[in-house]
Design a protein around this ligand. Structure first.
Ligand SMILES: C[S@@+](CC[C@H](N)C(=O)[O-])C[C@H]1O[C@@H](n2cnc3c(N)ncnc32)[C@H](O)[C@@H]1O
Length: 393
């Protein structure tokens, strides 16, 4: 059993705690500012790490000790058995944070720890690679206590390995996952088990991808650069409570609109095998299709489906787009358009925060608790609404 720390974006700690409880029910998670501490075996962490979608990184605590001088820091670090932890070809990178401690020259701390780790490993004769998946060691000094951790994730967790960066400030998958987690809770509160999903400005369909939670196609530091005795650890897993049983996806039909031809082509490829999907060139066109479906008497099952609309419109703060929503008035207009075009039962929308505050919602919409975070330094708010009259009971 080790102590792990899942790093969360400020404001998303509760959501990370929720996913840690779901993935490792017996791990005694504790949320604090900046993340969640939990107890887990390395085998269990390795097995379910790819399913953790809101956290930014996961660190594994290696040791904690008092270090008031460099010889002590060196001696204690040397004694930590790194040869058993680190892959032979792992390049080691050390990151240091220090506060209220005698050892405050970060560069020197970094050197001492890196040297001690190298000394404790067998000579490699040019084996070490400069792979992007280096073993990242974190040293935190606080009031002369050194806490040493290794990074289990490798690259940041939002890099799922399936999406090219879109635009200049793409919505990170970890943020989209946070929005999706809140939406899932809203859908779960209703009696309905079949929904229509509408992403009217889809880009790469980041929200739908997070909803579908496809397993990321990428490497993780744990198991590759950070080693553990897989056999022994995995054997212990059979003792754990079974969890994460597959449930039926409540989304019965997927609708996307995207005005950028290259992104739309990407969506087409992604949806190639999907029968229950509609793809339109623009949100207006998608709105017209849906109004048509509703108006037609032979519309069958689709018209009857309640709709969940998820949208991250262009913000227009840096990029001047005619569809942009940088002001309160534009945001109010945008919400009215969503009402008119899509007749939603549940809505999630990401807006930049304006000085004038939040825009009023259309009549009949009830606002739920928003999520606030920053994207590329810009404060944004994810707003959630229920439309009572259309909520399935
Ligand atoms: C801020 S991006 C969000 C994309 C997506 N949520 C993501 O993070 O990958 C807005 C997207 O809406 C598209 N877009 C802008 N106006 C549109 C419209 N009227 N109809 C459909 N798509 C539109 C843009 O091409 C862009 O891909």
């Amino acid at each position: 059993m080790v102590t792990a720390f899942a790093i969360a974006n400020p404001g998303l700690e509760d959501l990370v705690e929720h996913e840690v409880v779901n993935l490792w029910p017996a791990s005694q998670p504790q949320a604090e500012r900046g993340g969640v501490t939990f107890q887990v075996t390395l085998g269990d962490l390795h097995r379910r790490l790819p399913e953790l979608r809101v956290a930014t990184r996961v660190l594994i605590r290696v040791a904690e000790f008092v270090a008031k001088d460099f010889p002590k820091l060196h001696k204690r670090t040397l004694a930590l058995g790194w040869r058993h932890w680190l892959a032979k070809d792992a390049e080691v990178k050390v990151k240091v944070a220090s506060q209220a401690s005698r050892l405050k020259i970060k560069r020197r701390v970094e050197e001492v720890v890196a040297e001690a780790i190298e000394e404790s490993r067998p000579p490699t004769r040019g084996l070490k690679t400069s792979s992007s998946l280096a073993a990242q060691i974190y040293v935190r000094l606080d009031q002369d206590r050194a806490m040493i951790s290794v990074d289990a994730s490798g690259e940041l967790m939002h890099k799922r390995g399936d999406r090219e960066e879109v635009g200049r400030a793409p919505l990170r998958e970890t943020w989209a996952a946070a929005v999706v987690q809140r939406l899932r809770a809203l859908l779960d509160r209703t009696a309905e088990s079949s929904w229509m999903w509408i992403e009217p400005m889809a880009g790469t369909a980041v929200f739908a991808r997070e909803w579908r939670a496809e397993r990321p196609q990428r490497d993780w530091a744990l198991g590759r650069m950070i080693l553990f005795r897989q056999q022994a650890e995995l054997a212990s897993e059979s003792d754990q409570t079974a969890h994460g049983t597959l449930s039926v996806d409540p989304i019965a039909h997927w609708c996307f609109a995207e005005s950028n031809p290259a992104r739309r082509q990407g969506l087409k490829v992604w949806l190639a095998e999907e029968e229950s999907a509609t793809l339109a060139e623009s949100s207006r066109q998608l709105g017209e299709i849906l109004i048509g479906v509703l108006a037609s008497s032979s519309s069958g099952i689709q018209a009857a489906l309640p709709r969940v609309v998820v949208v991250n419109p262009p913000w227009g703060v840096r990029l001047k787009s005619p569809e942009a929503v940088p002001t309160r008035a534009k945001q109010a207009e945008f919400l009215e358009d969503l009402e008119k075009n899509f007749g939603p039962a549940i809505v999630a929308v990401v807006f930049p925060r304006t000085r004038e505050g939040l825009a009023g919602a259309p009549a009949g919409w009830r606002e739920m608790k928003p999520l606030q975070f920053k994207v590329g330094g810009l404060p944004v708010v994810a707003r959630f609404f229920e439309v009572r009259a259309r909520l399935p009971r």
